[in-house]
Write a protein that binds this ligand. Structure first.
Ligand code: ADP
Length: 227
């Protein structure tokens, strides 16, 4: 499928309309992420990166403008349909791992697959395969609290990819790690993304990491701009 993984067309979003503290975050953002392309989204804190990622991942709706995933427009889909599209096609990674503390690494990667109707044996095989690809298979039966920060984030990457999404959205995925660990963990993430041919939009403050992606865009005054 060579349709663009993501198209944002003239997307606007504000908060507290007509009230004190009104803020217009996105002011006509246009962005296209091609199939298999990895795009860095760079902007200072508060510029609207999370807002844009949430809209791209169907967790929030724009005030105006259009969102398309895999060539399909999302306008007119109800909440249930949007949830279904999100579960099937989008993987999220955040700055903090958000793994379930009472389950081990393997189970954390199996759970989204089981929720999607995959059998336990297939879910386990896929979870182990993903853990191996990011080099933490030896930690499969450890709970998150027993893992290092870098290991926790690698497991979170596996979980995001558990249901084989077409688009990965990441919000400062290594922002909580020291520079050396961040570098290695980002390498593991890029390895996974390239092996699976995934498209990705990755928000980062780190210009060195941004330079390792296919293309860098900035969010400036609520619009997407070239670097
Ligand atoms: P970034 O991810 O680049 O740090 P955000 O998208 O989190 O930026 O936030 C952009 C702006 O929108 C900030 O000024 C923030 O305070 C504001 N904002 C974000 N979410 C809300 C909300 N739910 N209600 C009110 N303001 C919000």
């Amino acid at each position: 499928m060579n349709e663009p993984a993501l198209i944002l067309d003239q997307v606007t979003k504000g908060y507290n309309h007509g009230k004190p503290g009104e803020v217009q975050v996105l002011r006509g953002a246009d962005l296209r992420v091609e199939a298999g392309e990895v795009v860095a989204l760079v902007a200072p804190s508060g510029a609207g990166k999370s807002t844009l990622l949430h809209i791209a991942g169907l967790l929030d709706t724009p005030d105006s403008g259009r969102v398309s995933l895999g060539g399909q427009g999302m306008a007119g889909l109800n909440d249930a349909a949007l949830t279904q599209v999100r579960r099937a096609r989008v993987g999220f990674i955040y700055q903090f791992h958000h793994l379930l503390p009472e389950f081990n690494a393997l189970e954390n990667i199996m759970i989204p697959q089981l929720a999607n109707g995959v059998s336990a044996s297939l879910a386990k095989a896929r979870a182990l395969d993903l853990l191996e690809r990011v080099g933490v298979q030896h930690r499969a039966d450890h709970r998150p609290a027993a893992l290092s920060g870098g290991e926790q984030q690698r497991v979170a990457f596996c979980r995001a990819l558990a249901n084989a999404p077409r688009l990965l959205l990441a919000d400062e995925p290594t922002g909580n790690l020291d520079p050396a660990t961040s570098d290695q963990v980002f390498g593991a993430l890029m390895g996974l993304v390239r092996e699976t041919g995934l498209s990705a939009l990755i928000a980062t403050h780190n210009l060195e990491l941004a330079a390792r992606m296919d293309r860098v865009v900035r969010l400036d005054q609520g619009r997407i701009a070239a670097p």
